[in-house]
Design a protein around this ligand. Structure first.
Ligand code: ADE
Ligand code: SF4
Length: 348
């Protein structure tokens, strides 16, 4: 049931759409008005954007769609090529799911055309299913991501518990989606959240829906959404070894499951909760270059970076790879390689 106090909010729909028609961002995965959207490109961009920001995702999107222009092409790609192309986007389980999903879609002969059908694919949750259904297939379904939730939390000045708030927002958004332009409504909310109703300093003075906004009325836009305090991330420590011989560096394959599962990596000590005593994996003239930090979902990591040039022994596990390949390493290792002065062609 819809709360009476939520009713007037329906007025935001035409305002938002009119604003979107004037101010929509031009983004690589969007098309000109009236031009249909390829579900493959919508899906790919949405998966990437769950992971990172629009400017960071854009070159990856261009690289993927140039190399694999269709879902069938991606489905036929080698796993390693896709994992390497994904490197730098983080959270590699997502890249594995990407391939799994592409292969399933190719086997089915195309993307399912409804939100419910899309939900049956690997790696596609409620938000992504809604986004693809609305943007590519015109289904009257919402696509509410964190940005849209923030906008609604402010419009309604939601003070209740955040978990309950999210449910209320999902129901409300479902009611608001316009029959004729579900995709434009979704992207209008995304653009509003990204350009005006931003997390820190919302620009209410130019907001197309300020007249409907209770947080604005209260003069408290920045205070919303009210979320529970985040728990602090524990720290972990380790040593990462950059071992170089000529134009080659030593890499290892990480175990198939667990963090960065199956990815190429630089050799490292265990990542433990306390700083460890220095221990070299092999005799060499090690030089300590400094430290790199990386934040993972469940902990933040500090790695001392050790570097040695061309010892004549190899490590027990792993192999030499060309320095040119190291941009295909997960970001934490690419940071270590960059500290050693090895390439970091890709912007991070
Ligand atoms: N974030 C997630 N999906 C998006 C899209 N289609 N456009 C802009 N930002 C987004
Ligand atoms: Fe966000 Fe301010 Fe617009 Fe309210 S008025 S929706 S807080 S930008």
């Amino acid at each position: 049931m819809r709360a009476k106090s939520d009713q007037p909010l329906a007025g935001i729909v035409p305002k938002l759409l009119a604003w979107f028609d004037r101010s929509a961002r031009t983004l690589p995965w969007r098309t000109a008005p009236g031009v249909g959207r390829d579900p493959y490109r919508v899906w790919l961009s949405e998966i990437m954007l769950q992971q990172t920001t629009v400017p960071h995702a854009a070159p990856y999107f261009a690289a993927f769609t140039t190399r694999w222009p269709t879902v069938e092409a991606l489905a036929a790609a080698r796993d390693d090529d896709v994992m390497q192309a994904w490197a730098g986007l983080g959270y590699y389980a997502r890249a594995r799911n990407l391939l799994k999903c592409a292969r399933e879609v190719a086997a089915r002969g195309g993307f399912p055309e409804t939100e419910a059908g899309l939900r049956t694919l690997p790696g596609i949750g409620p938000y992504t299913a809604g986004a693809i259904a609305a943007l590519a297939f015109g289904e009257r379904t919402p696509a509410v991501d964190g940005n849209a939730e923030r906008v609604f939390a402010r419009l309604l000045a939601i003070k209740e518990d955040w978990a309950a708030a999210k449910k209320r927002i999902a129901l409300l958004a479902r009611d608001l989606v316009p029959e004729d332009r579900p995709g434009a409504f979704a992207e209008a909310l995304m653009d509003l959240g990204a350009t005006i109703c931003t997390p820190r300093k919302p620009n209410c003075a130019i907001c197309p829906v300020a007249a409907y906004c209770r947080a604005f009325d209260e003069g408290e836009a920045e205070s919303y959404p009210i979320k529970p305090e985040k728990i602090a991330r524990p720290e972990r420590f380790g040593i990462v070894y950059v071992l170089r011989r000529g134009g080659y560096i030593w890499v290892v394959r990480r175990p198939p499951s667990g963090l960065l599962g199956g990815m190429l990596a630089l050799p490292s000590s265990e990542w433990s909760e306390t700083r460890q005593d220095a221990a070299a994996p092999v005799d060499a003239e090690w030089e300590v270059l400094g430290e790199v930090r990386h934040v993972f979902t469940h902990f933040s990591l500090k790695l001392d970076v050790w570097f040695a040039e061309t010892p004549d022994t190899d490590l027990p596990e792993g192999f030499w790879t060309s320095e040119d390949e190291i941009d295909g390493l997960p970001t934490v290792f690419a940071k270590a390689a960059a500290l050693a002065g090895l390439s970091a062609r890709r912007k991070r």
